[in-house]
Design a protein around this ligand. Sequence first.
Ligand code: GDP
Ligand code: IMO
Ligand code: MG
Length: 423
Amino acid sequence: MPVNILVGTQWGDEGKGKVIDSLGKDVDYVVRFGGGNNAGHTVHVGGEKFVLHLLPSGVLHSHSTCILGTGVVIDPAVFLEEIKELEDRNFNTDHVLISGRAHLIMPYHVILDGLWESLKGDDKIGTTKRGIGPCYGDKFERIGLRVEDLLNKENFARKLKNTLNIKNQLLTKVFNKEDLSFDEIFNSYMIFAEKLKKRIINAEQELQLALKQNKKILLEGAQAMMLDIDHGHYPYVTSSSPTTNGACVGSGIAFKHVDKNIGVCKAYATRVGEGPFVSELHNEQGEWLREKGGEYGSTTGRPRRCGWLDTVVVNHAVAINGLTDIALTKIDILSGLKEILICVAYEINGKKVDYIPSSIEDNQCAKPIYQTMPGWTEDISNCKSFDELPKTAQAYILKIEELIDCKISFISTGVDRNQFIVR
Ligand code: GDP
Ligand code: IMO
Ligand code: MG
């Protein structure tokens, strides 16, 4: 079967972009299936750094067709900026295409994202303020504008008029803000339309044809398990389904075609934004991980909260996503630690729990139960095989494998495409 899916197993920023780039050599299609420019995927190629938000990380392999699928929400200004940046750096982007079914992020989505957050006070989510939640909200309310609408001026104008009428009432009557001008939005989106139209396709149909031709397809996840709208730490989640299940919906590819479900797991844990993080370190150890791991958000620049690996979370990801393989990243960052802790269960109100509770309050009051593993001092960033790793690093990897009952098939030991061990 020609389709592989790659997803995040923690709270995002596991190194999905890097792993996709390392795996992307012989893929015909790379398809983003969810999220939008809330994502930030950093890829280093030949010493150059690229930060991608909306474009699939596979874009750096010019032989594969890159598709933004129906499940993605698209801010056209951001899309065009990213395309320009790549072209300015001499990358061809003709192979980047967009599903006509994907939804458009509109200026009112971005404004309302900030306004809702400001009303929530201590219960704020810490969103990226890119308009993601309001855009998916309109999709489910069935008042969204889709990429397809850009191709027909009259249709676009009619739909924008109806939706903007609702949004302007919200802005003026609930939030006491100025209303937004129809003409300004309409004119700017028609300029985007002109620039985008050559890339707008019936992507779902294209992918069905690709399946018939037995092309290799990689469904590229953004965000991650605990940010999933259903199975994550609701309400401290994003507004999409960044799981393998979401991959099928957001690309239009049925499960029966899928071969591997690959989960990317950082060798420790980080989170940006609010919400439970049982193994978070509020001490020098956490700061050490942040500095050594460069744990600052690639989208918002916010410092990432840091802590030990939590295998209750990764087990949840293995189960919900049906993972067949794990790509373990950033294990090189742990070099130099005397000991490394793994959170293997929670204590909640005096009881030991080894699964993710459905109540957010239980997640918030859970205390970590740790297992301690010996560390290593060697620099492992140039190891080319599992056997070359120090024995204690091997033991750490094997312990994780045992705790999550899923094969660690790939080990990433640095930012470069080639710092990648296939086991
Ligand atoms: P993503 O959102 O999952 O794609 O991850 P981000 O790009 O937001 O964050 C991961 C960061 O770790 C990026 O700066 C990557 O360049 C970097 N990275 C990825 N894998 C490794 C690794 O194995 N070792 C080290 N040292 N850095 C890595
Ligand atoms: P990648 O693909 C880390 C988090 C935000 C916030 C919550 C909701 O780089 O792993 P949103 O703007 O989506 O409504 O914010 O989700 N979040 C991410 N955290 N990595 C991401 O993407 C994220 N995308 C969203 O910080 O807590
Ligand atoms: Mg990221």
